[in-house]
Design a protein around this ligand. Structure first.
Ligand SMILES: [Cu+2]
Length: 135
């Protein structure tokens, strides 16, 4: 019985595939660890207004954000081909119900956050997000 060249090709593909997976896995995203009680990496402050950027599509990312209390705050929802119910945002404590375009950017003014957690969901209450405001 002679060796089967097909077998060697399969083994080669598996080895190369495994190597690609391993080297790709090494490039895990590094979380920017800013010092002190600063806000999360999805939070920026522009002209004194805090902008919390949340992607909506099949849920919310990040699901939980850390922001600063005491400054005017906007939740900026970014959608890209979101045809699921996460494109309909409800923030009960602010009496907000906002439909997002399937693709686009929608700012929701949530006022100045008091220390604590602001929570929202999709219109069905299935997907959740929260913004924890720290003083
Ligand atoms: Cu839903």
């Amino acid at each position: 019985m002679s060796s089967n060249p097909f077998l060697y090709i399969v083994i080669g593909i598996v080895l190369i595939g495994g190597f690609v997976l391993l080297s790709g896995g090494g490039k895990s995203p590094t979380v920017a660890s800013t010092s002190g009680a600063s806000a999360g990496s999805n939070v920026t402050v522009v002209d004194g207004t805090q902008i919390v950027t949340i992607e909506a599509k099949g849920g919310y990312a990040p699901g939980s954000s850390v922001a600063k209390a005491g400054i005017p705050t906007i939740l900026r929802f970014v959608t890209s081909g979101a045809y699921d119910c996460s494109s309909s945002v409800v923030i009960p404590s602010r009496k907000i119900a906002q439909d997002l375009p399937a693709t686009g950017t929608t700012d929701i003014d949530v006022g100045t956050l008091a220390p604590g957690t602001l929570s929202g969901t999709c219109s069905m209450g299935m997907y959740r997000f929260s913004v924890e405001a720290k003083s």
